[in-house]
Design a protein around this ligand. Sequence first.
Ligand SMILES: [Zn+2]
Length: 177
Amino acid sequence: MKCPFCRDDNDRVIDTRAVADGFAVRRRRQCDSCRRRYTTYERIDAPIKVVKKDGTREPFDRQKFKLGLEKACWKRPVGDAQIEAVILGVESDVETTFDTEVDSHYLGELAMRHLRDLDEVAYVRFASVYRQFKDVQDFVNELKPMLATPPDPDRPGGLQLPGDDEFGQPPQRFPGR
Ligand SMILES: [Zn+2]
């Protein structure tokens, strides 16, 4: 691969590990020209289709999805690798639960589940856009459980929130945090 820093094609893999429940491979690479390091991900190129509210289907737009997450994480202590991990986590959830189609509503809920585990501000931002809170009370209701939970000093990115059991299992942890 070409180095994203110096653009030389002179790299080697220094670490390879499975991520997102084994549905993706993360490779740490080092450029032998400039010695800088970067990360690549290898994942299934599954043509997931998103079923929209009106019943029409469109291919899952990974880039658009990523942009939505990046907006939610604007100026938050969330790195690119963590956003990538959220996307991989959502994709892996879709691949294990559905074959080729996912409801757009469920896709949003999955993203919120992964974001909530990562950063509470990003989660609320995403939720406010996605759920289109009808009024201030809706918004306050969403915030309530967070305000009721004391901050955890080991989790600079967010607070521990209740309600994970509504999804059947606790959110996954991803490496690289
Ligand atoms: Zn380089």
